[in-house]
Write a protein that binds this ligand. Structure first.
Ligand code: UD1
Ligand code: UDP
Length: 373
């Protein structure tokens, strides 16, 4: 029986690893699986653990207010060493490009564990955008044994970097698995959180979803973004609904600068099913998030992307994503254009997606099986 350790620490990692955890549960005869959360996020992570009914075996509880990247990095490496000493894993699964995933991978490498990287191969090849995620994912690719990529472009990035084809597998993105799972659940069950959210929404007006959290957008860029949101809200008969990320560099500024603006509704982060419901409900999305681009596009939503460059070129090519950076005029112009064409933006069905059909977790396990033979 092979020993598997799955580690994650932030909200998006948890959402994208949950389908894999569920898939492993179907194969208890072959794998002994343990789940470790670093607690890089706390409240945001716990919301996801609750929804997907994941009970971690280990929780490093690493989140501290005002912790910088070096302190968090050191804590992840030290914390993970203790886990590897207690559980001698054969394979370690990490996801994407966070501090948790890259430095858990490094600790795993030191412990002689084979690293399996989910959502591998995303690149901008610009170490400043997104920072520090571009550096993180390049480092993880140097350490990984198996690379599970979401798209052909991601696979070809890894091939160009000299990784042997037999270790690269195109499996799609588990975000589609998670989105389908949540969509089914919200159709079947009544969620009081969704009913509560409905009461804050004016269904007569076009609805725009906003999120923002990237480090590149802190400071002046975030002030510019807020001024663009204010302009859109004050010059149109719309409602902007903005679940504000808990990072104080965003949270405190957002409430200070646009907390009282007419037509802007700031709310606390939503649990995953409520957020999926909201994505389905809105006319379009303004964001700098990675995961929300993938989900929003799968739901047929247009997305104004507040970044200077992207590791998801397929979404820009599809026309659904418009890359505008933090330039207020460009944000306002794109929003104005979308508001003019709002009748064409009512879709909420799950569309064909460049990230797969929702069977990525299953495909990852099939590949893992082949590598164990
Ligand atoms: C992290 C990831 C980023 C990912 C994002 C998803 C890194 C370097 N960055 O960025 O790639 O896109 O998560 O959201 O790994 N906080 C809370 N409660 C929470 C979560 C955060 O209070 O549940 C506050 C804390 O003060 C924490 C701060 O936010 O110190 C920043 O969290 P951190 O994980 O360092 O960075 P994110 O900006 O969330
Ligand atoms: N999300 C959520 N509640 C919110 C905002 C986002 O559940 O209030 C989900 C969203 O559906 C997506 C993920 O969180 O799956 C994206 O997380 P985030 O934008 O923080 O990180 P990124 O994807 O940019 O790394």
């Amino acid at each position: 029986m092979k020993k598997i350790l799955i580690v994650f620490g932030t909200r998006p990692e948890a959402i994208k690893m949950a389908p894999l955890i569920n898939e492993f549960k179907l194969h208890k005869d072959k794998y002994e699986v343990k789940i470790c959360v670093t607690g890089q996020h706390r409240e945001l992570l716990d919301q996801v653990l609750d929804f997907f009914e994941i009970v971690p075996d280990y929780d490093l509880k690493l989140m501290k207010s005002k912790q910088d990247l070096s302190q968090l990095t050191a804590a992840v490496i030290e914390g993970m060493k203790v886990i590897f000493d207690a559980f001698h894993a054969d394979f370690l699964f990490v996801h994407g490009d966070t501090t948790t995933s890259t430095f858990a991978a490094l600790a795993g490498y030191y412990a002689g564990v084979k690293i399996c990287h989910v959502e591998a191969g995303l690149r901008t090849y610009n170490l400043d955008f997104p920072f520090p995620e571009e550096g993180n994912r390049q480092l993880t690719s140097r350490l990984a044994y198996l690379h599970f990529t979401p798209t052909v472009v991601a696979s070809s990035n890894l091939l160009k970097e000299g990784i042997e084809p037999k270790y690269i597998s195109l499996t799609g993105n588990t975000i589609i698995d998670a989105l389908l799972f949540a969509s089914k659940k919200i159709k079947k069950n009544k969620y009081p959180q969704i009913e509560a959210l409905k009461s804050t929404i004016n269904s007569e007006k076009p609805l725009i979803l906003v999120t923002c959290h990237r480090r590149e957008n802190f400071g002046q860029n975030f002030e510019n973004i807020c001024s663009a949101l204010k302009h859109i809200a004050e010059t149109n008969d719309v409602q902007l609904i903005y679940p504000v990320h808990l990072n104080p560099s965003i949270h405190d500024v957002a409430y200070q600068v646009i907390g009282d603006v007419k037509n802007i509704t700031l709310i606390e982060p939503l649990d995953y099913p409520t957020f999926v419901w909201l994505m389905k409900t809105v006319n379009f999305i303004i964001t700098d998030s990675g995961g929300i681009q993938e989900e929003g596009a799968a739901l047929g939503k247009s997305i104004i992307l507040m970044r200077d460059c992207t590791e998801r070129p397929e979404l820009v090519a599809s026309g659904l994503v418009k890359l505008v950076g933090s330039n207020p005029k460009r944000i306002i112009d794109e929003a104005t254009t979308l508001l003019k064409n709002q009748n064409s933006l009512q879709s909420d069905a799950i569309q064909s997606s460049p990230y797969g059909k929702g069977d990525s977790a299953k495909q990852i396990l099939t590949v893992l099986n082949e590598h164990m033979l």
